[in-house]
Design a protein around this ligand. Structure first.
Ligand SMILES: [Zn+2]
Length: 153
């Protein structure tokens, strides 16, 4: 039986597309928080398929990359410890200057053969002891592309 992978962002409104005919339907799986891994679905077209629910929104890669973040007129060095399509976490002394919800400009140098630079405007989601977790808000197309390549499992 064909298996469809579905990324769950909002459990109350999961969009499932039939791999046979393309018909989409919405499902509410809120009653099974993160426990519903697979479900067999029978479409109106008469065919059945299996849906595999994927709850992790973004593949997160453990890294040891050089980066920096700009706070006001100061630039702080950062060691990027984890990277995903949605954001990053890193060790930096800039944590002293930031709080949750602040906006910050971040640059990361990837260790791919081109030494691609990722630049993004981010919102601070987590501040710890020498630690900063940010979510990407705005990123140029080239950065998005490089990051996408870099994070391919
Ligand atoms: Zn169908």
């Amino acid at each position: 039986m064909i298996e469809q992978k579905v990324y769950v962002k909002n459990p109350e409104e999961v969009v499932i597309a039939c791999p046979h005919c393309g018909l989409t339907r919405k499902a509410n799986i809120r009653r099974h928080p993160e426990s519903l891994k697979r479900a067999k679905v029978r479409c109106k077209c008469g065919k059945s398929f299996v849906v595999a629910f994927e709850y992790r929104q973004h593949y997160r890669k453990a890294t040891e990359l050089k980066g920096s973040c700009v706070v006001g007129s100061n630039t702080y060095g950062m060691t990027v410890k984890s990277l995903s399509l949605g954001g990053l976490g890193g060790v930096t002394s800039a944590y002293r200057k930031l709080k949750e919800g602040d906006m910050v400009e971040v640059e990361v140098v990837l260790d791919d053969h081109r030494r691609s630079r990722i630049r993004a405007l981010c919102v601070v989601r987590q501040v710890g002891d020498h630690f900063l977790g940010v979510q990407f808000q705005d990123m140029d197309q080239e950065s998005k592309r490089q990051l996408g390549f870099y994070l391919m499992p």
